[in-house]
Design a protein around this ligand. Structure first.
Ligand code: GRF
Length: 218
């Protein structure tokens, strides 16, 4: 049975597109059961419609507070019965109620080598810190922002003269294969999430999987 994926996105949706393309070319055994956004202008919604995937807009302004918006958004997602909820550029905090009700069923892709550089402007944060290496992480969503168990990472060098923009572009070329490889491992049961516990090939994950140059986990 293909892995049933719900995608939540606020913006351009390049990670969503990578998932849709991998499904279409047969390299990911999954189905995107819907795309949800908090923003009407999210290009991710266009990408969903263009592929015939149900696109849902759940706007915060239509609800009284975060808890109500979360309840509407994730309640709608639940009706599509996904196995996994993938936050791919979802730019809002998710409250503990919504996260705790779906233990181990939500992952997020974040553009830094967590636990370094949580939150926004991660590429500028990396440049300001003067690190030699930067990258992206896929982690389990918990109520602690960008603080859940890290499943997998991809690394890129920081080069002399880098701007936040060119560093972001370098990270993005690795971010898409990172997310896809993580989803493949979840889809075929090599990576199993149970609450905040993660098993890889039957053993507790002790360190994040690392994406190798061939775009597979080392
Ligand atoms: C990515 O850099 C992702 O890591 C971050 O937001 C960005 C989303 O990009 N969480 P896209 O919308 O998938 O193109």
């Amino acid at each position: 049975m293909p892995l049933r994926i719900a995608v939540v996105a606020s913006g351009r949706g390049s990670n969503l597109q990578a998932i849709l393309d991998a499904i279409a070319d047969g390299t990911l055994d999954a189905e995107v059961v819907g795309v949800w956004s908090d923003r009407r202008d999210a290009f991710a919604l266009e990408r969903a419609r263009a592929t015939g995937v149900p696109a849902h807009l759940v706007r915060p302004r239509d609800y009284g507070d975060r808890t109500e918006h979360d309840a509407a958004l994730f309640g709608s997602i639940d009706t599509a019965t996904p196995d996994l909820i993938v936050c791919a550029g979802y730019m809002r905090l998710i409250g503990a109620d919504a996260v705790d009700a779906r233990p181990g069923r939500m992952i997020n892709i974040h553009p830094s080598l967590l636990p370094a550089f949580k939150g926004l402007h991660t590429h500028q944060q990396a440049l300001d810190a003067g690190v030699a290496e930067h990258g992206a992480s896929v982690h389990v969503v918990t109520a602690d922002l960008d603080g859940g168990p890290v499943l997998a990472q991809a690394r890129v060098p920081v080069l002399p003269g880098d701007t936040a923009e060119c560093l972001a572009a370098r990270v993005l070329t690795r971010e898409h294969p990172l997310l896809l490889e993580t989803l493949r491992w979840i889809a075929d049961g090599r990576l199993v999430l149970r609450g905040q516990t993660v098993h890889v090939n039957g053993r507790a994950l002790t360190a994040p999987l690392q994406l190798a140059a061939n775009q597979r986990f080392a």
